[in-house]
Ligand binder design. Sequence first.
Ligand SMILES: [Zn+2]
Length: 165
Amino acid sequence: MSLIGIVTYPAEVLSKTARKVGRGDIEHVRKLVSDMAETMIEGDGIGLAANQVDELLRVIVVRDLEADEVHYYLNPTITKGHGEELGEEGCLSFPGLAGLIPRFEQVTVKFQDLDLKTYKVELDGLPARVVQHEIDHLNGITIKDRSTVELYHREEEDEESKRPR
Ligand SMILES: [Zn+2]
């Protein structure tokens, strides 16, 4: 595994639509998900989309804090959403900033694994929010586009930066 650089706003790649992962991409994507997972953890993030590491492929990684695992999703789409909740979100591509963003409380996500086998999973709470945030990235949408308020500096940033990484 190796760390890769995280692209920050206003890099053009953050406003581009990523393309679907196909059979011919799998070997590259196998390394990519592993590098993205390591990069996300190093950056103390809970999710990362391929656009954020300058790759226009529909690949996201999401950290499951409770299980201490990283889940990856290839070609993810939301097939169902329920409820709406306004919540604070940060983004590794907007260091130190946050916004307030309405998201579905519960979602059904259809995605593929590294064998391009298709699955459906139901998520709620934080993992549901993270997946919606990361799928937005694949469509060239960021927290700056979604936030109901101007992005603001996160109050806990000082505490956060003292955390061991
Ligand atoms: Zn983000």
